[in-house]
Design a protein around this ligand. Sequence first.
Ligand code: AMP
Ligand code: MN
Ligand code: MN
Ligand code: MN
Length: 281
Amino acid sequence: MELYDLHTHTTASDGSLSPAELVTHAQECGTEVLAVTDHDITDGISEAITAANDAQLTIVPGIEISVTWAHQTIHVVGLHIDRDNDELQAGIKKLQDHRVWRAEEIGRKLEKAGIPGGLEAAKRLAKGNIISRTHFAHFLVEQGHAPNMKQVFKKYLVRNKPGYVSGEWANLEDVVSWIRAAGGLAVIAHPARYQLSANKMRQMLGVFRDCGGVGIEVVSGSHTASDIQRFTHVAEYFGLYASRGSDYHGKETSYADPRRLPALPDGCRPVWTHSDWYAAS
Ligand code: AMP
Ligand code: MN
Ligand code: MN
Ligand code: MN
């Protein structure tokens, strides 16, 4: 069970390792099943599959899609998606366009706050791929505006801070339907990170399950031991399958090294035991 890592990033979005480098790292960590789940894009998957071709590692084609629900950003991971699916690609294209607009806005806002050059730097760091706040964060740290990634988000890139741009991502029901249209399993990412009251969390998970969502990350690189306990119960209560993912973004930006990620607690139903998982793999 330790051998599944179902949430990781590459340079196709805001990870610092190329897909091939991520595969090498996963192998060094002893991972046997690796989902590549970049933000709102599927471009890293092919390279990962090629890199893992004759190795003891299975690549699960995945994605992490940005959702706005009740004015909050929620991330939904899709596992075993068919990346050629038109409905999925049309859906995420809108998010990719939104990211371009938002990056320009962030650049303008930072400039107003006395920090020019952010957009150009973020574009350079993103190398033509998805632009995320992570790229702006790297630039701001490089320029000495904050000592590290955690601080830079807190100071510049979250709500009410100079480089924050609010905007609408996709609708929760739509995202689940794109993932299902592409034959995938929809999983709520890192639930402990959302600023939702217990009541709102229940509401959100109810909507998610009722529109066909099947899983929730119980073990995540950003979860504490008590988060893991809490979401083991939440998963059971909602009849959701449990997922396990490091949310690895590379050495400097990771929430956790995949090697130190705990196993799913006993009593969880792992998402890889879902019948659709077998059908897709
Ligand atoms: P975006 O999807 O462009 O809004 O960027 C969100 C990404 O920023 C997340 O996926 C994380 O990789 C990163 N991020 C968000 N908050 C933090 C934080 N406090 N520290 C480090 N990285 C963060
Ligand atoms: Mn990220
Ligand atoms: Mn996320
Ligand atoms: Mn992620």
